[in-house]
Design a protein around this ligand. Structure first.
Ligand code: ADP
Ligand code: MG
Length: 507
């Protein structure tokens, strides 16, 4: 007898349908699975067999062929266990075929018939919705995340027997309702007011947050660089529901344990300097998102920037430029989103004390230069704000805290509203940092009084054409924060000043 089922398997941040056909006929008792890599077939076959037996279903001595299509797609076997088991039950005449029609199925089976969570639940809910499936059947642990998609009918069960009772109508399981989307709660997080002094750095972070620009914090150890970086997500606007879905899709692929629902906070990722290129950028035989993608929609904090391997840093260029990462696997190209805000930090020299009036820096000048040159020009070019974070004065440390994150976030929101009004529909996301050459030309016109400033920056600072382009976009953000439609000379001057640091190695 023939049986059919549709399973879902992750493919990058998406989910793809896998059509199953099971043919069961008298013959040598064996189960053949075609369309899966060898190791996955063996494992899946054993899990399904044991689960069926341990749930009390006799596996009749028949010749069974399970065919999975499309055959050339590299599938992860464990997602298909549940659909294989259910299709076998239909083939063995324990379940009517209609119970599987119009249902999308995904789940890994334990040997006792329990259901183990799978990756990519949210993307599967989208797939089920787009295909007009009447139900998405998932392990219970996955439904909180999958229901976050907001449409369609998501049913979660703990084991195979519970699912069979649901399908036959003996004990139907209610669909999980979509959760409310509360938006980011700002209470209890680290607040900018806790950072004393550092007004210059705080201003730079406000500008960075307003336009989505990348920042490099340069200062001696203990000056508060890490503290400042951790407070950037708190001044960014809350995630919209669409952004939360994009963030959740990525995290759903990499977490060991299932997500408790939509992620509604902007990610903050701080990979260690020893992280490999694959760890940072993504990759692997079954491609997984790297740190740049896990930071999508939020902040990627690279502390001790010169300690990262040079080739790892160079690999950052593509995501910084394109907001995504492409991985080519078995004739197919996968893309992971990677639009993050880069906050990098470094000491001014190997000993860290350069420019600290309380300690003598003993680093010879060539060593300082070698240390700084570990970060290549093209990477520095893509960092719009180079900011000095000096050792705070005692008076500052003992003084009152400055503005709260909420107050800064409100100005950032207003500046982003101005950008959205200008860019919505032509630039995605509608922020200044994401403008292409054409939009920059259209929206960043400079007055006559600004041209000499630009000329000076080009000649004296030796800025590249790309850097000049980015300076203009930064000036646009500074004007937006000031509520100005025009980029004034003062806005451009401030933007240029954030470029001056890396040219000045003053021992
Ligand atoms: N400006 C500051 N205001 C308040 N505390 C500070 C400040 N700078 C440093 N600190 C204190 O020093 C600690 C170390 O700061 P950190 O951010 O780790 O410095 P860095 O990353 O520059 O080495 C912080 O946890 C905080 O307690
Ligand atoms: Mg630090």
């Amino acid at each position: 007898m023939l049986a059919f089922a549709t399973a879902a398997t992750p493919w990058g941040v998406d989910a793809l349908p896998v059509e199953l056909e099971v043919d069961c006929r008298p013959g040598l008792p064996q189960m053949q699975i075609v369309g899966l890599p060898d190791a996955a077939i063996r494992e899946s076959r054993e899990r399904v067999r044991s689960a069926l037996r341990n749930c009390g279903f006799a596996v009749p001595p028949r010749s069974v062929v399970v065919s999975l299509a499309p055959a050339d797609l590299r599938k992860e076997g464990n997602h298909l266990d549940l659909a294989i088991a259910l299709a076998l039950l239909v083939a063995f005449e324990k379940l009517p075929q209609e119970t599987l029609d119009g249902r999308l199925i995904s789940g890994e089976l334990g040997l006792d018939g329990s259901l183990r969570p799978v990756r990519g639940g949210l993307a599967m809910a989208q797939l089920a919705d787009e295909r007009g499936c009447r139900e998405l059947l998932l392990p219970a642990a996955n439904v909180a995340e999958a229901a976050g998609w907001g449409r369609g009918c998501v049913v979660g069960v703990k084991n195979l027997l519970e699912l069979v009772d649901h399908l036959t109508g003996v004990a139907p399981v209610a669909a999980t309702p979509p959760p409310d989307f509360p938006g980011q709660s700002r209470e209890g997080g680290a607040d900018l007011a806790e950072v004393r002094g550092q007004e210059g750095a705080k201003r730079a972070l406000e500008i960075a947050a307003a336009g989505g620009h990348n920042v490099l914090l340069l200062g001696p150890p203990g000056s508060g660089k890490t503290m400042l970086a951790r407070r950037v997500p708190g001044i960014l606007p809350p995630l919209s529901r669409e952004e939360a879905i994009a963030v959740t899709r990525v995290h759903s692929l990499s977490r060991g344990e299932p997500l408790a629902g939509l992620i509604d906070e902007r990610p903050f990722r701080a990979p260690h300097a020893s992280t490999s290129t694959a760890g940072l950028i993504g990759g692997g035989t079954i491609p997984r998102p790297g740190e740049v993608s896990l930071a999508h929609g939020g902040v990627l904090f690279l502390d001790e920037l010169p300690e990262f391997r040079r080739d790892t840093l160079e690999a950052l260029r593509q995501p910084l430029e394109e907001g995504q990462v492409s991985v080519v696997r078995s004739r197919a190209r996968l893309t992971f989103p990677a639009r993050f805000q880069l906050v990098a930090a470094m000491n001014p020299c190997p000993c860290g004390h350069l420019g600290d009036p309380r300690h003598r820096c003993r680093c010879p000048q060539p060593l300082v230069e070698r240390y700084r040159s570990r970060i290549s020009g093209p990477l520095l070019d893509r960092i719009d704000l180079h900011v000095e974070v000096p050792v705070p004065k005692l008076r500052e440390l003992r003084g009152r805290g400055g503005e709260s994150s909420a107050a800064v976030a409100e100005r950032v929101r207003q500046a982003r509203d101005r950008q959205a009004a200008r860019l919505l529909g032509s630039v995605s996301p509608p922020i200044n940092a994401a403008m292409g050459v054409e939009e920059t030309r259209r929206h960043c016109a400079l007055g006559a009084e600004s041209v000499p400033l630009l000329e000076q920056a080009y000649q004296r600072l030796g800025l590249s054409a790309r850097a000049l382009d980015r300076v203009t976009k930064l000036a646009r953000t500074i004007a937006d924060l000031a509520g100005s439609d025009q980029i004034e000379a003062a806005h451009l001057a401030e933007a240029i000043q954030y470029r001056a640091l890396d040219r000045r190695v003053d021992c």
